[in-house]
Design a protein around this ligand. Structure first.
Ligand SMILES: Cc1cc2nc3c(=O)[nH]c(=O)nc-3n(C[C@H](O)[C@H](O)[C@H](O)COP(=O)(O)OP(=O)(O)OC[C@H]3O[C@@H](n4cnc5c(N)ncnc54)[C@H](O)[C@@H]3O)c2cc1C
Length: 492
């Protein structure tokens, strides 16, 4: 058995000796710890089920109900709080469920299971010359991504992937029935499954998504030294993003210590000079380079002097591919080994003036706790449509800090300072992207839905899961109450 101290490489297609793994056996522990972050919490389900069919899942749910325990689901483990590891309950790992992507030329839809990874979807799309907005990092599973809504490629114009691209889902509901859900069948399930993330009360076993013809992917980039120009750089970059057409563009910013990418640097300690770099990675989807240049042209022209002086590299618009981008990201996150991760984020409140947003977020974005930690900001521009799905919080800027470390001795102290920094950003947040919601600690959590969407969600949940097999909705209620208290206090 791998001891907790022994790093384990993260595999996206692991094989286990049995479809029901029992606590105390080597494969149980290997499966429990098969997460992209090696900081697997000390929580132990009594059994881990690795089903191959919806019927296997129904059996797992019936067993949990008969034992009176909770159920957790993992599709690829990218939510680092790992709420799926329900103490003494049953964890369902969907790794072997409908593991493949199929395309139906008649409907132009793809269908795939929840553990299918971004790189697997992208591989199939390349083969059939079609596009569907999967996620950005190669190892992320479809299940958690689409239940959260999904900030997929070119989200700015096309909305969250689950809002506008998913047409139906197959779901095993708590009483064991295997049902279809769409805009015309079991509409309430379909509504709730798109945006409730880890609060959802069923197991999604298959997704159907529409596709469009493929085009070409282009990228241009800028790198700056942050120094004392945080406000000027951020203002320029975010304003230029707002001036960029929404359709077909993907605007991402990272802030990091350059030592992060230096192969000669090791250890977790931040560099002595604490110099931070900020990079803009701007992508677009267009048939020709001339069109791509137009789409990303808001960044042309004269920069304000403070921004120009901070510029250290600028790369012109060149063609790239999803596969090339995955290769660079693969080394960045998601390999297990000795890498340990934590993510905190907010969705900015679009009503907050930019200077106030930047001021409130500054500690979270400039006080990185380790050499390899990184800030990731994406201009999302998701407009919620609460009638259609539980994606009900506006997502203007997604602002996150990913803490990375290798020394387990830094735990648990490593977590709290960044929680405190994100807690301080809550007054300028519309909420938290449910994919980053922490079921283990509420300090930095914001609303995951609007209050009215949560009320509707709770009604639907009560109908389908009256015995509360899936427990995370309780945390949502606590968080919403906390935020309401904070808001009333601020009004006094
Ligand atoms: C490196 C990295 C890159 C990312 N990139 C993006 C991105 O580009 N866009 C984006 O939107 N998000 C992104 N995310 C966030 C990501 O979408 C979420 O972490 C998502 O939840 C991951 O899906 P998962 O299946 O691995 O979730 P898991 O951690 O396996 O599961 C999370 C929760 O989702 C629920 N769940 C999972 N599968 C099912 C299922 N089949 N049925 C019912 N409930 C289920 C469970 O409650 C579970 O606790 C990224 C995260 C990381 C770490």
């Amino acid at each position: 058995m791998a001891s907790p101290q022994q790093p384990q490489v993260y595999q996206t297609k692991p094989e286990y000796s049995s479809s029901v793994l029992v606590r105390g056996t080597p494969d149980y522990e290997r499966c429990r710890r098969m997460n992209p972050s090696s900081a697997t919490p000390d929580r132990y389900p009594q059994e881990i089920h690795v089903p191959r069919t919806p019927q296997d899942i129904a059996a797992a749910l019936r067993k949990a109900a008969s034992l009176g325990v909770h159920v957790g689901i993992r599709s690829s483990g990218h939510v680092f709080g790992l709420g799926a590891l329900v103490q003494d309950g049953i964890m369902i790992d969907t790794v072997n469920l409908n593991r493949g992507v199929e395309y139906d030329p008649a409907t132009q839809e793809i269908t795939f299971g929840p553990s299918v990874r971004v790189e697997e979807v992208a591989g199939k799309l390349k083969e059939i010359k079609r596009f569907f907005p999967h996620g950005h990092a190669p190892t992320v599973g479809a299940g958690g991504f689409l239940l959260a809504g999904g900030q997929g490629w070119f989200v700015r114009g096309w909305g969250a992937t689950a809002q506008s691209w998913i047409t139906k889902m197959e779901i095993v509901v708590p009483d064991g029935r295997v049902l279809m859900a769409s805009r015309t069948v079991n509409q309430d399930l379909f509504w709730a499954a798109r945006g409730s993330g880890l609060g959802f009360f069923g197991v999604v076993t298959r997704f159907w998504g529409r596709t469009i013809p493929a085009s070409r992917l282009w990228e241009r980039s800028f790198t700056f030294v942050v120094g004392d120009r945080y406000e000027q750089l951020m203002t320029w970059a975010l304003t230029k993003g707002d001036e960029t057409p929404k359709y077909g563009t993907d605007l991402n910013m990272t802030i990091y210590y350059p030592d992060k990418y230096d192969p000669l640097c090791t250890g977790d300690a931040v560099p002595e000079d604490k110099t931070l770099h900020m990079s803009l990675s701007l992508q677009c989807y267009a048939d020709t380079q001339a069109q791509a240049r137009v789409l990303l042209s808001a960044y042309d022209g004269e920069m304000p002097p403070a921004v120009r002086d901070a510029l250290i590299e600028m790369k012109p618009v060149t063609e790239t591919s999803f596969q090339r981008i995955f290769r660079t990201k693969r080394g960045f996150i998601g390999l297990g080994g000795d890498q340990r991760w934590s993510i905190l984020s907010i969705l900015s409140d679009p009503g907050t003036p930019l200077p106030r947003l930047l001021e409130k977020c500054k500690p979270a974005l400039t006080e990185l706790p380790t050499r390899t930690s990184v800030v990731f900001i994406c201009t999302c521009d998701i407009v919620p449509d609460e009638q259609d799905s539980a994606v009900s919080i506006p997502q203007q800027y997604y602002i996150s800090t990913i803490t990375q470390w290798t020394d387990p001795g830094l735990e648990p102290g490593i977590y709290q300072p960044m929680r405190d920094r994100y807690k301080a950003t809550l007054p300028v947040a519309a909420g938290t992207y449910v994919a980053d919601y922490d079921v283990t600690n509420d300090d930095a959590n914001g609303r995951v839905m609007s209050d009215s969407a949560l009320a509707r969600f709770l009604e639907i949940r009560q109908k389908w899961d009256p015995k509360g097999l899936f427990p995370n909705y309780k945390r949502f209620i606590e968080t919403h109450e906390k935020i309401r208290r904070m808001e009333s206090k601020a009004r006094l």
